[in-house]
Design a protein around this ligand. Sequence first.
Ligand code: NAD
Length: 338
Amino acid sequence: QNETTDVPEQARHEWAELVEQINDHQFAYYVRNAPTVSDADYDTLLRRLEALEQEHPTLRVPESPTQRVGGTFSTEFAPVDHLERMLSLDNVFDETELREWLARAQREAGGDIHFLCELKIDGLAINLLYEDGALVRAATRGDGSTGEDITLNARTIEGIPHRLNATGDVAVPKVVEIRGEVFLPVEAFEQLNADLVEQGKPPYANPRNTASGSLRQKDPRVTASRPLRMLVHGIGHREGLTIERQSRAYELLRAWGLPVTDTAKVVSSPDEVIAFVDYYGDHRHDVEHELDGIVIKIDEVPAQRALGNTSRAPRWAIAYKYPPQEVNTKLLDIRVNV
Ligand code: NAD
């Protein structure tokens, strides 16, 4: 018997329509690098879907976009399985929701915890696999389990070490997955667009999609011609390495020669988290990359483990999303092939 028969026809119909729309938008965004709606409109659709599933929980099936990471699409890149799943992040959209999340995190972690506040880089996630200190594979996030093999392209990015430094006080693990974000600095994006306009060509829509299009190129020489950068924000699978604090992981990553942000801050109270969020709300444009929010992570790794993950996101981290500053009305100008 189908449990969803308890759900009114109208709700089932709305659910199916929303899922179809969201899947189409995901394809345009993740595969074609050419979104057909603004991020704010996309987030609104996803929130509506979440609300509908809250009201009718039997609609919350594993295939729902609320339960998945990104999308599952076959692309022209070779598929590669991550050793540890890559997750997305849950979102909050205002201070009240953020304070609720922080209070719940403190309660559920059951003790004194610290919050690691970081900028949410508006780029695309990358997974770097190092074996015996050497970069052996780079992949996009894909559906979280399987991504696209972009090793040759990643090797052209300045700042992605081909070999990790073994000089730090903690040895580089024999096998380690490093998670980071590839982005195009705002200044480089503006220069690229100025050059295109001068050549009478249409400019690109935004740095995020340009970065994604630049990284997911069949010809690595095209990737190499774009001044892409990367900042790391996590470790996936690792062998023989125990870390007690996320902030400590960043120190190790830096010592191994990986680019780590210098804006991350460990704080101990919700008020300090809000102060960090407010500060960067006012200074969004002082940062070299676009940021669409702030990521707050519980710093203590044992508490992270205790809270665990949902099917799509860790329970020990949250993304606070800033309200959109301007809605891009020039979406139709986006070039599909970058
Ligand atoms: P997300 O981008 O909101 O958050 C998860 C990702 O944030 C992680 O995978 C990680 O790569 C990245 N990240 C950046 N900085 C980080 C940091 N400091 N620490 C940890 N992670 C960090 O999630 P998502 O599932 O990739 O996609 C949703 C986003 O993409 C939304 O903003 C949505 O609006 C946009 N989107 C838009 C469309 C569209 O059609 N316009 C379609 C799909 C998705």
